[in-house]
Design a protein around this ligand. Structure first.
Ligand SMILES: *Cc1c(COP(=O)(O)O)cnc(C)c1O
Length: 399
């Protein structure tokens, strides 16, 4: 009998974090109130001016195919934004607009990676990075950094991971799931390595506007013409403007790579939605007040959640400088139990916490590190307060 599925489908799996989320949903449906820290998206509504732009696009009949890589007005707005925020100048043929930054990353991985290539991924990592590298038949080379270094790998770790087969490194600044950020000197070192060893830098800057404590994000592409030419920046409107469902992301970099990403897109999904492109255009060129309002609210919640978590004996939590996640270390609780259930890893912790305290968190193993769990504070202050209180009580009951 012929094999049913292509071999490549065996190389990736559905995120294991789905298991906990699905269980929490089931419990919710059964009438059990769950306090959830699982959200991977802002809890704010999309700002009205952006919604209006989309409605206007529909009314004006802007409802047909567009150029596969996005409309010129949107590309120009992206170019303007990158110039203003990061001081890097791109041309239209260096921009690809896709159905979310995730599609940009997927396109990129298919255009750049092949069998034999090694791609450096920094753990804790966003799950998709590992999947797209494997799907392209390349090998993920994972470097692990811990809360002790603010989740930034050391220079030695980076140097050791590089081989003649290194094709690229995937960088996420600020990071999902840790909220860790890179300082300029860390990025300068990385840029030097990339130029010396001739590999690509894929810089996922999705959380660039959600930063705290006056941290000023810097794009690695801004250091020199040399590193700009070796970097593909991936960004989008999902997190900054609370537009996850609209599906608009973009990439900036090398024109030949961009051209090939668009070619792949033209043979798969075609253009990103015309209406959503108009909404993204308004997001980028319209009033920016809502970005500051959301950022401020996130900072207030971060300050609360970080203090509350660190007051729990047995849990320590790194204070994030960006994104809307905290990534507490729970490993000192391993070996302890409650009602006959022992916690030996992050999956156990998430499972037992959900059963016993009705609180949903995401196990760190899904991000490559079993010593942690991820909590999103893209939820109301009330859920945060009640949820952390419930975690505190849960931990105090562990034997
Ligand atoms: C949310 C997210 C993305 C992509 O989001 P899109 O909605 O596809 O634009 C990319 N990288 C990270 C780290 C994210 O958290």
């Amino acid at each position: 009998m012929k094999k049913k599925l292509a071999e490549r489908m065996g190389r990736i799996e559905e995120s294991i974090t789905i298991a906990i989320t699905a269980k929490a949903k089931e419990m919710n449906a059964a009438g059990i109130k769950i306090l959830s820290f699982g959200a991977g998206e802002p809890d704010f509504d999309t700002p009205d001016n952006i919604k209006e732009a989309a409605i206007k696009a529909i009314r004006n009949g802007f409802t047909k195919y567009t150029a596969a890589g996005g409309i010129n007005e949107l590309k120009d707005a992206i170019i303007e934004k990158e110039k203003k925020v990061n001081g890097v100048e791109y041309k239209r043929n260096e921009i690809c607009v896709s159905a979310g930054g995730k599609q940009n990353l997927f396109n990129l991985s298919q255009v750049l990676f092949e069998e034999g290539d090694e791609v450096i991924i920094l753990s804790p990592y966003w799950v998709t990075y590992e999947a797209i590298v494997k799907y392209a038949n390349a090998v993920p080379v994972v470097i692990k950094a811990s809360d002790k270094t603010g989740f930034v790998p050391t220079q030695e770790q980076l140097k050791e991971a590089i081989t003649p087969k290194t094709k690229a490194i995937i960088l996420n600044n600020p990071s999902n799931p840790t909220g860790g950020v890179y300082e300029k000197k860390d990025l300068e070192f990385l840029a030097e390595l990339a130029l010396k060893n001739d590999f690509w830098v894929i810089s996922d800057e999705m959380y660039e506007s959600i930063v705290y404590d006056n941290y000023k994000p810097v794009s690695i592409a801004s250091f020199s013409k040399g590193i700009k030419d070796k970097t593909i920046v991936v960004n989008g409107v999902s997190k900054t403007y609370s537009m996850t469902g609209w599906r608009i992301g973009y990439s900036c970099g090398d024109s030949e790579i961009t051209e090939n990403m668009i070619k792949l897109q033209s043979q798969s999904t075609s253009n990103p939605t015309s209406i959503a492109q108009m909404a993204a255009l308004e997001a980028l060129i319209g009033p920016q007040d809502s970005v500051g309002v959301m950022r401020k609210e996130f900072e207030k919640r971060r300050n609360y959640i970080i203090n509350a978590l660190n007051s729990i004996i047995g849990i320590t939590c790194f204070k994030p400088k960006g994104a809307f996640y905290v990534f507490p270390n729970i490993s000192s609780l391993y070996g302890r139990s409650i009602n006959g259930k022992t916690i030996n890893n992050s999956m156990d912790f998430a499972n037992v916490l959900l059963d016993e305290a009705k609180v949903a968190v995401v196990p760190g193993i899904g991000f490559g590190d079993d010593n942690y769990v991820r909590l999103s504070f893209a939820t109301s202050m009330q859920v945060i307060q009640e949820g952390i209180e419930a975690i505190k009580e849960f931990v105090s009951k562990l034997k």
